[in-house]
Design a protein around this ligand. Sequence first.
Ligand code: SF4
Ligand code: SF4
Length: 319
Amino acid sequence: MRDTWPLLDKIPFPAIRRGPLQTLQVNVGYRCNQSCVHCHVNAGPNRREEMDAATADLVIEFLEKRRLATLDITGGAPELNANFRHLVRSARSLGVNVIDRCNLTVLFEPGQEDLARFLADHEVAIVASLPCYTEELVDRQRGKGVYDKSLDALRKLNSLGYGREGANLTIDLVYNPQGPSLPPPQAKLEADYKRVLGERGIVFNRLLTIANMPIQRFGSTLVSKGTFNAYMNLLRSSHRDENLDSVMCRTLVSVDWQGYLYDCDFNQMLGLPLRVAGRPRLHLKDAMTRDLAGNAIVARDHCFGCTAGQGSSCTGALA
Ligand code: SF4
Ligand code: SF4
């Protein structure tokens, strides 16, 4: 894979600082049942990095001590981690909202037959990737047969109440562009998704549009195709200062499978740890009572991916 890191430190990104912490985003490992072309985690079936039980317990301790509102669990396919259900149960018993970043097809993996029921029983909010509403584009980006399996998974979740009015079970879908372009306006695309998927008997709550980051597998593809610089120029020239106030790193901290802290998942993938008081990196066990508000965020060129156009974050467009 081509390394994009040397290409990401050319034009300074505006200095930004942390606000009050609301969300702990935990990457429990890079193992995934898929190997998507755009994956910024470079996840796949052969990755062996997994959060262990002791680190999962530190996550729970951190949630409790800091009284955080939300635990956002990601991966890989986070549900494949042996400690996933323990994390969910413990966080919910503390009254913490839990988000599962689910690739949908994992519902049909061996041993996951009861996963949908488990998520519904614990009122876990699902954020699920579906990068298009057409079979051709989904299968091109995520692998043959993924579209049909994803729709079957959505129907299964709908049958349990996900996306249904009155049920306290939300499912948001995630769109990201196929190539080196910015996502289209979120509201219009959401209406298109709702119409097309509705014709197939599927309902969901919101569509979140997310820009592709010029790192890992997607960044490497850009370098191979000779489009890396053009994409970076697009991100920089589309930068909007007003998006700086709501980039997700203001209120979220990202934890890796070993328990180290980062300003966001993208920085985690680039090996850019959160910096506090000159320390090279900070572990959860040393951060239990440390107030991170006001701390400088480690920003580089890839950050323009969050501030370009309508803006982009784990919760979709910023504008
Ligand atoms: S994009 Fe998601 S589903 Fe695809 S390989 Fe990466 S973690 Fe897995
Ligand atoms: S890439 Fe991460 S650090 Fe940079 S602006 Fe986006 S969320 Fe913040």
